[in-house]
Design a binder for this molecule. Structure first.
Ligand SMILES: Nc1ncnc2c1ncn2[C@@H]1O[C@H](COP(=O)(O)OP(=O)(O)O)[C@@H](O)[C@H]1O
Ligand SMILES: [Mg+2]
Length: 235
């Protein structure tokens, strides 16, 4: 479904991604893990067209997208849930969710998507009128993912959904990602520093280190590898 082929991204001349290649097949959850500063957010921004790719190409559903504007990429069905969530705090949960439906034209479809999000995240349904800024970090992350789902994306990209959350909430957020995959059949590309929990629910994993893909494989194998156990899990 998504194929990133040897992309290089530079910030003021310095490469922060070097010939990075990844693939995401339909219906799968792919995890890209790496330390702070490895280039994870830059990779997702490159796919979204919000940073310029200096070489390589990006294909989505068989078509090249790396020269398109972000809005066109969104309209093709790729949604980016940014690090730090970026919700509108004073607005209610439902108002925030509806902002995610800006590409949906028919009111009936908006309602259908809203019903789907509330079914996936019952907690959001209970709190639909609450100001999003007054909710817990985990609930806000669910609202951010829910907002992304409001446009029925073909590919949902999550940037460190566990960032800044207490351990219990981290598990809860990852559990919702698992449900999206199992019940909703959503294709997910997730970047994370939380290697253990992210890889536990991914099908395929890539390790990104200082802008380069160091290794890849079935997530369970990568998780069990010496490289990951030493570098990320301190074993
Ligand atoms: N807008 C920018 N201008 C210059 N350097 C940047 C910019 N954004 C990120 N960087 C640098 O690029 C590298 C990768 O950043 P980022 O993709 O945010 O990493 P990660 O998400 O893995 O923490 C880091 O060294 C970071 O300091
Ligand atoms: Mg980041």
């Amino acid at each position: 479904m998504l194929e990133v082929k040897g992309i290089t991204v530079r910030y003021s001349g310095l490469p922060v991604l070097r010939e990075v290649s990844i693939k995401v097949d339909e219906g799968r959850t792919v995890g890209v893990v790496g330390a702070n500063g490895a280039g994870k957010s830059t990779l997702l921004k490159a796919i979204m067209g919000s940073v310029k790719v200096t070489s390589g190409e990006i294909n989505f559903q068989g078509q090249r997208i790396d020269k398109l504007a972000t809005e066109q990429i969104v309209r093709r069905g790729i949604i980016y849930v940014p690090e730090g969530r970026r919700l509108f705090g004073p607005l209610s949960v439902e108002e925030n969710l509806l902002l995610g439906a800006f590409t949906v034209e028919r009111e009936a479809d908006k309602q259908k998507n809203l019903d789907y999000v509330y079914e996936m995240f019952p907690r959001l349904a209970e709190r639909r009128t609450q100001a999003v800024g007054s909710m817990s970090g985990g609930e806000q992350q669910m609202a951010a993912i829910g907002r992304g789902l409001m446009s029925t994306p073909k590919l949902l990209m999550l940037d460190e959904p566990s960032l800044g959350l207490a351990p219990l909430l981290v598990s809860e957020v990852f559990e919702t990602v698992r449900r999206l995959q199992e019940e909703g059949d959503t294709t997910v590309l997730m970047v994370e520093q939380n290697v253990l929990e992210a890889l536990e629910l991914s099908d395929w994993a890539y390790i990104l280190q200082t802008g380069e893909i160091r290794s890849q494989g079935p997530a369970q194998e990568v998780l069990a590898s010496d490289e990951v156990r030493k570098a990320f899990l301190g074993m």
